[in-house]
Design a protein around this ligand. Sequence first.
Ligand code: DLZ
Length: 157
Amino acid sequence: MKNVQGSLIASGRKFAIVLSRWNEFFGDQLVKGAKSALIRHGAKESDITLFTCPGAFEIPQVARRVAATKKFDGVVCLGVLIRGATPHFDYISAEATKGIGAACNEFDIPFGYGVITCENLDQAIERSGSKAGNKGEEAALCVVEMCSLLEKIDGLV
Ligand code: DLZ
């Protein structure tokens, strides 16, 4: 049986990180995790560009526009949603998630989903570099692996 899988080698690739500024205390930790993971896997710091946008709702539009430049091999989407007293959280989370998913179908490059949706501050702390890891790092590594996997699939034809 053939098993086609991506490698975690980021060298020679250009990456965009799109970050929502809301809850930026945690967002900055996600960026730190993503950037560190990319560099540890061979990306050059100069090949990583950070785009910041007002909130998670805006992430898909920025990510799509960034992808449309064709200057990047992958886009790591990062944001932090923390539930408040109204249903706003649910609407924004759903739109951000759907929008990033739609971008994956529209463009030929991978988009990492590192938007954390938390019930409270504790969950945000856990997911931005402590007990539950760093979701920015995880999303960045997914993008690296997917860049390689898509390239290998293209090489099959
Ligand atoms: C309005 C809003 C709220 C209530 N909460 C968050 C959040 O937890 N995380 C986040 O990234 N953005 C939040 N926003 C902002 C919206 O995503 C959006 O930027 C505004 O509604 C303006 O379009």
